[in-house]
Design a protein around this ligand. Structure first.
Ligand SMILES: Cc1cc2nc3c(=O)[nH]c(=O)nc-3n(C[C@H](O)[C@H](O)[C@H](O)COP(=O)(O)OP(=O)(O)OC[C@H]3O[C@@H](n4cnc5c(N)ncnc54)[C@H](O)[C@@H]3O)c2cc1C
Length: 405
């Protein structure tokens, strides 16, 4: 009997737990360690300006996992001790493992910038609770509008939602008939629009620049947000070499900024396990080179190729099926006394909602430049399942005609 522990119960952690249950031997014990008894789905950024989440996006993890014969604790990991094959839990208990899969996602580093984030003057949509607060603030804002700033802070690793949110906000302002009263800026750490932390194809850049330009959203790229105070954001625009180019002070009445992603504290700084930002180093088989019984999946994984500062390399949930299947098969191979043989496929198809239209693009592999596949109103529809235009009235509710068959 072996003990397999999965750290984190987000989309990757849960997928990993279910896949591992299928592939483990009958007597093997699987335990999921979360820091919340509930699974809470990430909200689409387009939902923040106009909807409130309901119970449908949350469920209790323990009973669901128990039905599959998977143990669960919501005590959270306080510290990993990889040399001892042990996790120190938040309640003081200790959990030993034979194999560990790290799927704990990022820590949102709002504190790196004074005044950034829900504890300061900007909103965020990385967590349901943040999106609810952003949504409530949006209702107050539209009653008395002013300038808006949306974007990403240096070190952010998720860029698509910032574009989607800016364009969803712009569409909502139109719907409410107050667009002309709002000045909009998009501030991003990316070296150019459409980079997305992946490099971005020239077509992706053109499409997104055009989308912003058509909607009169001005942008600042290579932007380092240095400080935020009530109604004012201080931004240092850098040149291509990273030197100072121009200083900006942007007035705002509503702002959503995605923060830098860093390691969770439980694994930060562990030599040989994580990179400088605390993401887990892996080989082709998703296994840590130093600790051969530790795997990592999802946002916890260190990128194969670090992007130049200031933005981080994009980290998205794509390829989840391929990645967790490979990790589970490799653990099974080790359980059987063999060596890991399964490599994941990193290719991805991404769909970005642009408020009333959208863009689909493929990355092959994920860390190479994205190639735009298609653009148009129909790409807004897949992301609309939760918005108020749902059901059969969806296309009409969004002013769209159905795509030709
Ligand atoms: C607004 C928004 C929209 C996004 N849209 C997309 C999209 O459309 N497509 C896409 O691919 N990606 C998207 N992303 C990126 C998204 O974050 C990832 O795809 C996905 O959530 C990654 O899953 P994960 O399981 O790796 O990490 P997470 O979903 O972050 O899950 C990690 C889990 O580990 C838990 N955890 C953390 N620390 C501990 C600890 N010490 N002990 C125990 N548990 C811990 C966390 O509470 C969390 O439940 C979006 C991100 C945002 C913010």
């Amino acid at each position: 009997m072996s003990r397999i522990v999965i750290l984190g119960a987000g989309v990757n952690g849960l997928s990993m737990a279910y896949e591992m249950r299928e592939l483990a031997r009958a007597g093997d014990r699987i335990t999921v360690v979360a820091n919340d008894p509930l699974f809470r789905s990430a909200l689409g950024p387009w939902e923040a300006p106009r909807t409130r989440p309901d119970g449908d996006i949350e469920f209790a993890l323990g009973p669901r996992l128990a039905r599959k014969g998977i143990d669960f604790t919501a005590a959270g990991a306080r510290r990993l001790h990889p040399g001892e094959n042990r996790i120190e839990l938040g309640d003081g208990a200790s959990l030993d493992y034979d194999f560990l899969v790290i799927a704990a996602g990022p820590k949102l580093a709002f504190s790196e910038i004074e005044g950034l984030g829900p504890g300061g003057y900007t909103h965020a949509v990385c967590h349901v609770d943040q999106a609810v607060i952003a949504s409530e603030a949006w209702e107050r804002f539209v009653a008395d509008p002013g300038p808006i700033v949306v974007g990403t802070a240096p070190g952010a690793t998720c860029f698509g939602p910032a574009y989607q949110l800016a364009l969803a906000i712009e569409s909502d302002l139109h719907r409410r008939g107050i667009r002309e009263r709002v000045d909009m800026s998009f501030v991003t750490a990316e070296p150019h629009i459409g980079h997305l932390g992946l490099g971005g194809s020239s077509e992706c850049r053109t499409l997104l620049e055009s989308a912003l330009r058509k909607r009169s959203i001005r942008w600042i790229t290579n932007a380092r947000v240095t400080r935020v105070e009530a109604g004012r954001m201080h931004v240092s625009e850098r040149d291509a070499g990273g030197g100072p180019k121009q200083e900006h002070v942007l007035a705002f009445k509503y702002s959503v900024m995605l923060p830098a992603s860093r390691s969770i504290d439980a694994i930060a700084g562990i030599d040989g396990l994580v990179n400088q930002c605390g993401f887990v180093l892996i080989d082709d088989y998703l296994r840590n080179p130093r600790y051969g019984n530790i795997y990592a999946v999802g946002v916890s994984v260190a990128p194969a190729k670090e992007a130049p500062a200031p933005p981080g390399t994009a980290k998205i949930g794509c390829s989840i099926e391929s990645v967790v299947t490979a990790a589970a098969n490799n653990i099974r191979a080790q359980l059987d006394g063999g060596a890991p043989t399964h490599k994941p496929i990193w290719n991805a198809l991404s769909v970005a909602d642009l408020g009333a239209a959208g863009i689909a693009f493929v990355e092959q592999p994920q860390t190479a430049a994205g190639d735009s596949l298609s653009a148009g109103g129909w790409l807004h529809l897949p992301q609309c399942a939760c918005c108020e235009g749902g059901g059969g009235e969806l296309p009409q509710a969004h002013g769209l005609s159905r795509p030709a068959a």
